[in-house]
Design a binder for this molecule. Structure first.
Ligand code: SAM
Length: 191
């Protein structure tokens, strides 16, 4: 079983610490905790470089599989430092990287999931489509985690954040708030 300390390098690499993983420390803690208690396999929507997929791989129970999908192949090379070179093999080797559009993948998906981490395009339309596509695949007691759901600071950011929350509330009215850390929201499926 891996521990949070195994992935501290993601936040302490020579390149800027948010290049490999687009999460800050509090968000990473909540995501880790949720992935650890996931009752089944985990899929991430939005790989980017792959840092958060590594975090999920470190957190997940040994019997749960990890998938990460992106429309663009995950860029393992960044400013001369390769994520797959600095990440322990036992972690990177756990991740099933998929290159496909998330909603297209959802149509042919057959596995009931313990956790979905939605971190793709942060527009109300894209979020709404991802929820519609992936909600049926979450098992009872499973989770959906949303990143960048609260974009504070600018007027535009606050407006966007309100719109995204509205989408989540409308699409998942009975889901229970399991946790929130800055811009990460985790809901639990009660159905
Ligand atoms: C914010 S980044 C993901 C960051 C990553 N989860 C992390 O924390 O390190 C968003 C990614 O979602 C991908 N993306 C956007 N829309 C998508 C879709 N419909 N299906 C799959 N990937 C998508 C983008 O190509 C981009 O790499």
């Amino acid at each position: 079983m891996n521990v949070f300390e195994d992935i501290l390098f993601l936040f302490n690499s020579k390149v800027h610490n948010r290049k490999f993983v687009r999460l800050n420390f509090l968000e990473a803690g909540l995501l880790f905790k949720t992935a650890r208690k996931s009752p089944g396999d985990i899929i991430e929507i939005g790989t980017k470089i792959g840092g958060s997929a590594v975090l999920l791989a470190a957190a997940a129970q040994d019997n749960n599989k990890i998938y990460s999908v992106d429309i663009i192949p995950h860029r393992s090379r960044l400013k001369g430092v390769r994520l797959d070179k600095i990440t322990p093999k036992k972690l990177i080797g756990r991740i099933n990287f998929i290159v496909e559009h998330s909603t297209k993948l959802a149509k042919r998906w057959r596995i009931k999931m313990g956790m979905i981490f939605i971190d793709a395009e942060h527009t109300p339309k894209a979020l709404s489509e991802d929820i519609d596509a992936w909600k049926p695949h979450v098992m009872r007691g499973g989770y959906i985690a949303f990143h960048d759901i609260a974009v504070a600071g600018t007027k535009r950011g606050i407006k966007q954040s309100k719109q995204l929350h509205k989408v989540v509330k409308k699409k998942l009215p009975n889901w229970i708030v399991e946790g929130q850390a800055q811009s990460l929201l985790v809901l639990k499926n009660p159905e």
